[in-house]
Write a protein that binds this ligand. Structure first.
Ligand code: UGY
Ligand code: MN
Length: 252
């Protein structure tokens, strides 16, 4: 059947300092290391970002492998489950929906999906700092991470998924908003964000634009991109996001 004229419309926008990538525009890339998996690159250096964000749809026979080298990698199970193997060890870690792993530099890894899985991956070059050790592997699940009321608002709960210690130069957090809850002011900060809407819907303000967003949408916010969010649906809204932290403003 021929596509209707509506196929010419999308909510996706890619600007110099921010982007909204709606699922209707996803096109898979062939990325090295992945088999029986559909990889979509949502955020990358090609749009001006300093990190990458991928969505990987693994079939029941899906597999992925890689070596972080000078980079670090954060893998979050949006749905399904995978078996994770690290280095040359035979030990397997089972990651289920909500589970995640932080892979530090110089780590080889392998994942296989038993019954299919959807992974969100953040990757960036690690910034070593004198006198600070490299971080270790960190495996946990968001169900075990307590939420804290954001700036005192119990309707906007923040879960910080990684330890806030100097060896970690990135944070990955989950924000959960009750219907009607919002960020208390328009944030403008040096830290960059990559974000995936996990549930619900709302309005994201990025610079001077206002976008309706919903589960499945991805957003890139460059440093200093003014940003604000309000959950406007009848059900809670949630997003997971990346942020660079703990490093000097001028690289040394
Ligand atoms: O951590 C943050 O900067 C967070 N409050 N930003 C956001 O949700 N857009
Ligand atoms: Mn922010």
């Amino acid at each position: 059947m021929a596509a209707s004229l509506l196929s010419a419309s999308t909510r996706t926008v890619v600007r110099q300092r921010h982007a909204l990538i709606a699922p209707d525009g996803h096109v898979a890339s062939n990325l090295p290391g992945w088999k029986e998996s559909r990889c979509v690159v949502l955020v990358s250096a090609a749009m001006g970002a300093h990190f990458s964000q991928f969505l990987v749809e693994m079939s029941g026979k899906g597999e992925g492998r890689g070596a972080t080298g000078p980079r670090e990698c954060f893998i979050y199970l949006v749905s399904g489950s995978v078996e994770l193997t690290l280095g040359a060890s035979n030990g397997k870690n089972l990651l289920r929906t909500g589970g995640y792993v932080f892979l530090p530099p110089n780590t080889t890894w392998h994942v296989s999906a038993a019954g299919g899985a959807q992974l969100l991956i953040f990757e960036k070059t690690y910034e070593p700092q004198e006198g600070v050790d490299l971080p270790g592997v960190f495996i946990w699940r968001e169900q075990e991470v307590p939420g804290a009321a954001f700036l005192g608002d119990p309707d906007a709960m923040l879960q910080v998924l990684l330890p806030d210690r100097p060896e970690f130069d990135l944070a990955v957090n989950i924000f959960r908003y009750k219907p009607g809850a919002r960020l208390p002011f328009v944030e403008t900060h040096i830290m960059e964000h990559g974000l995936l809407m996990l549930g619900g819907e709302g309005i994201y303000r990025l610079e001077e634009q206002w976008y309706p967003v919903q589960a499945g949408d991805a957003i890139w916010m460059a440093p200093y991109c003014p940003q604000w969010f309000a959950a406007t649906g009848k059900t809670p809204a949630a997003y997971i996001y990346y942020k660079d932290i703990n490093r000097p403003v001028l690289p040394v």
